[in-house]
Write a protein that binds this ligand. Structure first.
Ligand code: BGC
Length: 753
């Protein structure tokens, strides 16, 4: 799991925190990998019993050329931590400059002692580059030392572990194939191809030798790897330092004929810039982000560390190109095949919109780039118009093999529209709607209209049958509360957006209406469906049932379920789970958070008290949302418990699956837990408000947000809240019930009482 924790990424290249050298020994537990965002193989889904419209292929993010491999030999003895003696060892991640360090002193079985200092960085400023530094000092011997630095093309994805559905599809021999190695001189180049998706990848490497005695260099190769070998005579006390640069380019972004040239130019440039300067650049980039996030918890170091770690991973995950999304595990492992889910829109976009709005916009551009695939998917599901986003995907095609908990989660359409609205609420940047957002909003709203029906026995209300809400422990139900509510919101939003465009941007509206064949009658039908939406409510219990049949089910026997049978999904057939009142994650409660102003506090409280005790939180998407709502409802102990769990979920491996990669949605959720939970931030209708409180035992906490171009810092200290506006336009917001107006450079101190 530490390979996950120490994974580095720049949103394009992701590299797990494994060692430079091959491990040997108990290697099978170690998942090594380098991934490129959006680079995949299309893997057939083996359905023994298939059905019309089942997803036929899933896209799997590939483990690509291993450029991290460096082997060291001391007078013929190969350095390997599973042999000899480890005298000193420290691995740490510097979140200020994004550098991963490993410092160690090792005694070989024959008694030679070396100090090794390895560092690596994946530069944001050069998205196709990764840089390594490898320094070796002879401590008690003089002799012949060899450093061999590789590009290894014999890479595979890792196979299913213990049949855990959260890992990835078995590739079954569909790994990358080495097509060509160019190794006459440096930079050396390896060209590889995927077998089915027919994508080409080129990886180049170059080196620069720092310090130490002159070396003899020799390039060696076989069919699937190439090494640059350095031979030194090292004296006791002397150090050699090798800098290694590797670069990746693929046919997803460039012409195949250009890839080798681009990759070799990139490593040559990396080498000219040098490792230390790359690190300085990285620090400069991260400093700006840390300054915006302006984060800190005073009075709890473990939580402060944990949230910083989560924020760091969010900084690392965004691809910044409008062509890629963020996988459920970022680029930290192969878990969930590297697929993008609704996690990005509902959990992560609020973070990016507040800290890195440009990234939020790029993520939404990615959704636009796959709108045609969503249109195709809608046709397969018998909708003559509109678009249905794939539940899980990389390039747009539905990759979920289990439709009850996959394609049936139609709510992904609302998630995308909701994220567009969230982005606009936070940034005020309506150009996104004009450029491409409206087309997404309308096409996905169309699906809602087509999917639902007026049902006589439901008072002729507009209903959705056979859908799955966010809670994956219940599937294929009628009138899932979350789905109906979000569809209603989406249809209203689409109607309002269309009216606004028609009235205020007539040219753009006309062009789009012609393109997608939209008329007034259809707009009216959206509005009508939203007005007539069936929203489940139980008069006896005064709560919102999760769906039509939920309350008729037997409650799950929590008292009789031993702790080792959690998560339930690994120990019970789905049919067993579906038969009971038991939730994996928030459904009704998530709707309360997202459409916060639609429910009274009493109602939210009743629903929370009903659903929290029957929720297992087996999904990492659960604790943060319960945490935010617990804060709003004044359940401070719950709020703190959920926050602690959410904040440290990966660092402490709370779900025992961090080796599959970090939980990106939860990482963003933990930030929301603090900002939306403890500080009570809301942005409903584009108005900013806070209702902060200080969790027990803390001295204070702080965070920054960008709101409509202004940068606001919020600091809670003891019984006071301090708001300061560092730059940008004057800002008005609410602190509790008080209207506050701040001009640039101003600050205000207010009481929490
Ligand atoms: C959750 C989904 C989520 C997916 C990817 C599942 O366990 O139930 O809501 O989208 O993980 O994170």
């Amino acid at each position: 799991m530490s390979e996950t924790i120490f994974a580095l990424s720049n949103g394009y290249i992701g590299i797990r925190g494994g060692f430079e050298e091959r491990m040997g020994g108990n290697e099978s537990r170690s998942i090594d990998g380098i991934y490129l965002n959006g680079f995949y193989e299309s893997v057939p889904i083996p359905h023994a019993e298939t059905g019309y419209g089942y997803a036929l292929n899933t896209q799997t993010m590939l483990n690509v050329t291993n450029s991290k491999l460096i082997e060291l030999y001391l007078e013929g003895e190969q350095f390997n931590l599973t042999r000899g003696t480890i005298i000193e060892y420290k691995r740490f991640l510097d979140m200020k400059n994004g550098c991963l360090h490993r410092n160690l002193v090792w005694r070989s079985p024959e008694g030679r002692e070396v100090e090794i200092k390895a560092r690596r960085v994946v530069p944001f400023a050069h998205r196709h580059l990764v840089a390594f530094e490898y320094r070796v000092k002879a401590l008690n011997f003089s002799g012949k030392v060899i450093i061999s630095s590789y590009l290894d093309g014999a890479v595979e994805n890792h196979v299913h572990e213990e049949d855990d559905p959260r890992f990835s599809a078995a590739l079954g021999g569909l790994g990358l194939k080495v097509k060509r190695i160019i190794a006459d001189e440096e930079p050396v180049i390896m060209l590889q191809e995927t077998q089915r998706s027919k994508l080409t990848l080129v990886c180049a490497m170059d080196h620069s030798l720092k310090d130490g005695p002159g070396a003899v260099k020799e390039i060696s190769r076989d069919d699937h790897s190439v090494a640059v070998n350095y031979y030194f005579d090292l004296n006791e006390g002397e150090t050699v330092g090798l800098e290694k640069y590797a670069s990746y380019y693929t046919s997803l972004d460039y012409q195949v004929a250009d890839l080798a040239g681009l990759a070799s130019e990139m490593v040559t440039r990396g080498r000219a810039i040098g490792f230390n300067v790359l690190l300085e650049e990285q620090q400069g980039h991260l400093e700006k982000l840390w300054e915006t996030a302006s984060f800190g918890i005073d009075g709890d170091t473990a939580l402060d560390q944990a949230l910083r770690f989560n924020i760091f991973h969010l900084f690392q995950a965004a691809g910044s190109n409008g062509r890629t999304g963020i996988g459920a595990k970022g680029l930290t492992s192969e878990g969930y095949d590297g697929h993008y889910f609704w996690d990005t829109e509902i959990y992560m976009i609020p973070f990016y919109a507040a800290i890195m709005p440009e990234e939020a916009r790029k993520l939404l551009e990615y959704r636009y780039s796959i709108l045609d695939s969503a249109r195709e998917r809608a046709r397969v599901l018998d909708h003559p118009r509109g678009a249905l986003y794939a539940w899980r995907t990389i390039a747009g095609e539905e990759g979920s093999s289990y439709y009850p908990a996959g394609t049936a989660q139609y709510h992904i359409n609302a998630a995308v529209a909701y994220a567009i609205n969230k982005y606009i609420e936070m940034t005020g940047d309506y150009s996104l709607v004009l450029e491409f957002g409206a087309e997404i909003i309308f096409e996905t709203a169309r699906l809602w209209k087509d999917l639902g029906a007026y049902i006589q026995r439901k008072g002729n209300r507009f209903c959705y049958n056979e859908v799955t809400g966010p809670d994956e422990y219940t599937a294929l139900v009628n009138n899932n509360f979350y789905t109906n509510l979000m569809a209603q919101w989406h249809l209203d939003y689409a109607y309002e957006t269309a009216c606004n465009l028609r009235d205020n941007y007539p040219d753009q509206y006309k062009r789009l209406a012609e393109k997608i064949d939209l008329d007034q009658k259809e707009l009216q039908a959206w509005k009508q469906a939203a007005d007539d939406m069936f929203i489940p409510f139980d008069g006896d219990l005064q709560i919102h049932p999760q769906d039509d049949g939920f309350l008729d089910k037997e409650p799950w026997d929590f008292a009789g379920t031993p702790s080792e049978r959690y998560p339930l999904l690994l120990h019970y057939h789905p049919l067993v789970i579906y038969r009971y009142q038991v939730c994996k994650q928030p459904d009704v409660i998530l709707a309360h958070f997202l459409l916060n102003d639609r429910f009274s506090l009493d109602q939210k409280c009743r629903d929370y008290n009903y659903y929290e005790p029957i929720t297992t939180h087996d999904s990492s998407l659960s604790p943060s949302i319960f945490g935010v709502m617990a804060s709003e409802l004044g359940f401070y102990e719950d709020a703190r418990w959920f926050f602690d769990l959410s904040a440290r979920l990966d660092l402490d491996n709370c779900l025992k699956d961090t080796h599959f990669g970090v939980h990106m949605a939860n990482m963003a959720g933990s930030w929301m837990n603090l900002v939306y939970g403890f500080a009570g931030m809301r942005t409903t209708g584009g108005s900013l408000s806070f209702k902060p409180y200080l969790p027990e035992g803390w001295k204070g906490y702080r965070f920054g947000v960008r709101f409509k171009g202004s940068r606001l810092k919020v600091e809670i200290k003891g019984r006071e809240a301090v708001y300061s506006l560092s730059d940008g336009e004057p800002l008005s917001f609410q602190h509790r019930d008080k209207e506050i107006f701040l001009a640039g450079g101003e600050k205000v101190v207010l009481s929490l009482d």
